[in-house]
Design a protein around this ligand. Structure first.
Ligand code: HEC
Ligand code: HEC
Ligand code: HEC
Ligand code: HEC
Ligand code: HEC
Length: 406
């Protein structure tokens, strides 16, 4: 009886694994081979080169290597902050799941040994291995292409899915193409660009919430563009801007999508019958038309800042103020402390980020010292991907205006 049951479960397991797109992959090399998209380059050269520029080609590094640093912290915390994971998720693949389901989804089809190899490569920052682990063409156009599997079935191993057509396709491994409308829908991107993943995760992550903000704020406010419109079709294609390595392009995009409107007056205010208060009043309005909150996501310290400075004509600084626009998270426990990183943040305590179409209005009143009638007001709007690191600070608007007390 026991033997028959054993044979039966083997058969059942075999049926299950052949129904999903691939057999469990046994080595890291095999996994890399299976998703290797270099054959696509021959016929889709431009798309291929764009994709190589995108962060989808560096999903374990991220801009300026920050993703790798966070991944490393996560893996190392298995023995400290997250040590209960050894009971809850004894396997390494299960432990990595809350990150790799989005950063390297194909890893979910690989064996425990492969997951251990990945964990080692992360700890050792082994570039030779990590360079080959990417969200390749085949991940998006095959493995992750179909979202509604009860209706549309599993992706077939010989078919490439795209937004356009069904019919024969030139690639020898993928000789068929099938039309898949969902690839042109916001939902396609949402499978990785949403959070926090509170449901069905042993450890919820809040890496990014661009989709959530898009769905529940941008669309209700009357926004009509999709992720693909703004990040692929209008410009960029498969380079999926922003690319924080490209300062000029990123600044230009931010300038186009975020406005800074300033009204400045200088006058003598009369608070009562006797006194006069000489002052400058700066009304600033920051308005974003981006299709979700900005900034967002896992690059937690990233922020838009408005720095306002008032100086006398000789350069003497009279006033300075720095305003920060960003989502601010805590761990979700009683302590009210702001935290960073995907594996720590859970509850939004305060959100000063820029939401679509909602102007951020600041009124700043600066009382001028006696004898000063001419001042220079400077307002600088900047996106700081990592504050303090000049290579990833992007100027958006810089306004300088001279005002005179009359
Ligand atoms: C639901 C999908 C999802 C999960 C789960 C997830 N991430 Fe992310 N992560 C993303 C996406 C998408 C981005 C890039 C877009 C963005 O920042 O909004 C990103 C960006 C990052 C960045 C930012 C890089 C930078 O400096 O800009 C880090 C770091 C990161 N992830 C680490 C992790 C770690 C570590 C885990 C697991 C503990 C994890 N992520 C879990 C989807 C996810
Ligand atoms: C021998 C040439 C050739 C190779 C190799 C090739 N393709 Fe294509 N592919 C085409 C042509 C031709 C089209 C149709 C024209 C177009 O949309 O660019 C196409 C179309 C597509 C489409 C669009 C389908 C649609 O719905 O519009 C996708 C997606 C695609 N290929 C992905 C890939 C991927 C991924 C690879 C690598 C695994 C690959 N192709 C390899 C020639 C090729
Ligand atoms: C992050 C997911 C993702 C990756 C990675 C990706 N694509 Fe796409 N691709 C898409 C989406 C989404 C569309 C549909 C865009 C639209 O609706 O405008 C698309 C469209 C296409 C098309 C249709 C025509 C066109 O120009 O838009 C081709 C061809 C294509 N991809 C080939 C590739 C190749 C080749 C690679 C690898 C070099 C690749 N894709 C990597 C998501 C991806
Ligand atoms: C399989 C999961 C997955 C899918 C599907 C996916 N992405 Fe991503 N995307 C990522 C990850 C992971 C990163 C970031 C890697 C990092 O920074 O560490 C990323 C990065 C990006 C970035 C760069 C963000 C930044 O902070 O610079 C943009 C833009 C982006 N994706 C847009 C899209 C759009 C638009 C779609 C849908 C057409 C899409 N992605 C589909 C996983 C995915
Ligand atoms: C109306 C246009 C628009 C729409 C719609 C839109 N985005 Fe964006 N998104 C932008 C702009 C502009 C930026 C600013 C950075 C840049 O592109 O240079 C941005 C930034 C991002 C970033 C980087 C966030 C960060 O803080 O670093 C990600 C990731 C992203 N978008 C993903 C998405 C996804 C996923 C969708 C669909 C749910 C989407 N976007 C819809 C315009 C748009």
């Amino acid at each position: 009886m026991k033997l028959i049951w054993g044979v039966l479960t083997t058969l059942i397991l075999a049926a299950v694994s052949s129904a999903s797109s691939a057999q469990e992959v046994q080595t890291l090399d095999e996994l890399v081979q299976l998703y290797d998209s270099s054959s696509c380059k021959v016929c889709h050269q431009e798309i291929y080169e764009e994709w190589e520029q995108s962060l989808h080609a560096r999903p374990l590094y991220g801009p300026i290597g920050r993703t790798l640093a966070t991944f490393r912290g996560y893996v190392l915390s298995r023995d400290t902050e997250l040590k209960k994971s050894l009971e809850v998720a004894p396997g390494m693949r299960e432990f990595l799941k809350p990150c790799i389901e989005c950063h390297l989804p194909q890893m979910m089809d690989a064996s425990e040994e492969v997951a251990n190899e990945l964990a080692r490569a992360i700890i050792d920052e082994d570039e030779e291995v990590l360079d080959k682990l990417q969200i390749t063409c085949i991940v998006c156009h095959n493995r992750n292409a179909i979202l509604r599997k009860f209706r549309d079935g599993n992706p077939r191993p010989d078919t490439i899915y795209g937004p356009g057509f069904s019919g024969p396709h030139g690639d020898s491994r993928f000789p068929k193409a099938a039309k898949n409308e969902m690839m042109a829908d916001t939902i396609f991107c949402a499978q990785c660009h949403q959070g926090p993943n509170v449901q069905h995760y042993d450890e919820p992550m809040w890496c990014t919430s661009t989709f959530d903000s898009h769905q529940h704020f941008y669309v209700p406010m009357g926004g009509t563009q999709s992720c693909q419109d703004c990040h692929m079709r209008n410009e960029g294609g498969h380079s999926f801007p922003p690319n924080y390595q490209n300062i000029a392009e990123t600044s230009a995009r931010l300038q186009e999508w975020i406005d800074l409107n300033l009204t400045i007056i200088a006058y003598r205010m009369k608070p009562d019958a006797v006194n006069l208060i000489p002052m400058v009043v700066i009304d600033a309005e920051v308005v974003s038309r981006i299709g979700h909150r900005f900034p967002d996501g896992c690059p937690s310290p990233n922020r838009v800042t408005l720095d306002v400075k008032v100086s006398a004509q000789d350069g003497q600084e009279l006033f300075q103020k720095n305003i920060i626009y960003m989502p601010q998270h805590k761990m979700g426990y009683a302590e009210d402390t702001m935290v960073y990183a995907a594996d720590r943040k859970l509850t939004l305590i305060r959100d000063t980020s820029l939401h679509p179409f909602v102007p951020k209005k600041e009124t700043i009143e600066v009382v001028l010292p006696d004898g000063i009638e001419d001042v220079v007001v400077e307002a600088v709007l900047t996106f700081r991907q990592l504050p303090g690191i000049p290579e990833v600070e992007f100027p958006i608007h810089h306004v300088t205006r001279a005002v005179r007390l009359r």
